[in-house]
Design a protein around this ligand. Structure first.
Ligand code: SAM
Length: 225
């Protein structure tokens, strides 16, 4: 039986070069974020970005909800495809609690000419997703969840109301650097436990088709039936 392999620096560079070059605004966003220090680790990798772009194409994404924007990389990578597919009709609902992050993201969104396609929803996403369920029920083609792990179940349940049948949900960091396999960490750490529990729940959930992938720190994919 084959299994996923860990990537060392050489293989990571190989994978990066095997993908297409990033849009200049994505490269600028990455460079800016790298200078923020340790926190830069929150940003998805370029290969995860390429993966998100292909997902957006596969579901013909016009309406997307993103929970956890940070400096705007994942939203921008998704929007570049949405704009190509749907022009001004594309709409990405960008949800984050931190107003500074929106200010930083806007520089790169402006550079790529996609800011008009973004609806910024600043605040605790637990409240934001409930408001979105009122505003755009059943309209989302795709949803990317990459914020506070303890609330993944809330985002998942709201996501099932936001997505159209056939819509795709992606939950990032479901491997949590491997901590999800450690029973003691699951007991002592709320985030680790939440990630473990949501993976079990989605596996057994007849409302979706799913695949738990080992891309990056783990991306759990679920398609609404
Ligand atoms: C891992 S980062 C997102 C990275 C981003 N997707 C990217 O690729 O650059 C997580 C983000 O979630 C936001 N966040 C954390 N808790 C939140 C909450 N309760 N509501 C909304 N946003 C939250 C943080 O402010 C942070 O920007």
């Amino acid at each position: 039986m084959s299994r996923s392999i860990g990537l060392d620096e050489t293989l990571t560079a190989y994978v990066r070069n095997a993908n297409r070059q990033e849009h200049p605004a994505l490269a600028a966003c990455r460079e800016f974020t790298a200078n923020m220090g340790q926190i830069a680790r929150m940003q998805i990798s370029p290969e995860q970005g390429a993966f998100l772009q292909l997902c957006a194409r596969m579901v013909n994404a016009r309406t997307v909800v993103e929970i956890g924007v940070f400096t705007g990389y994942s939203s921008l990578t998704t929007l570049l495809v949405m704009q190509e597919l749907h022009g001004d009709a594309a709409r990405l609902y960008a949800c984050d609690i931190n107003a500074d992050y929106f200010r930083q993201s806007k520089r790169f969104w402006d550079q790529a000419g996609v800011t008009d396609l973004i609806e910024m929803r600043q605040g605790d996403a637990v409240e934001t997703v409930h408001a979105l369920v009122e505003d755009i029920p059943g309209e989302a083609d795709m949803m990317f969840i990459d914020a506070d792990k303890a609330n993944y179940d809330t985002y998942y349940e709201a996501g099932l109301q936001l997505l159209r049948p056939g819509g795709l949900m992606l939950l990032d960091n479901v491997l949590w650097s491997g901590d999800v396999t450690d029973a003691r960490k699951r007991e002592g750490d709320r985030d680790t436990r939440a990630l473990y529990e949501i993976a079990e729940k989605i596996r057994d959930d007849s409302r979706v088709d799913m695949a738990f992938t080992a891309i990056g720190d783990g991306i759990l994919m679920a398609i609404k039936r």
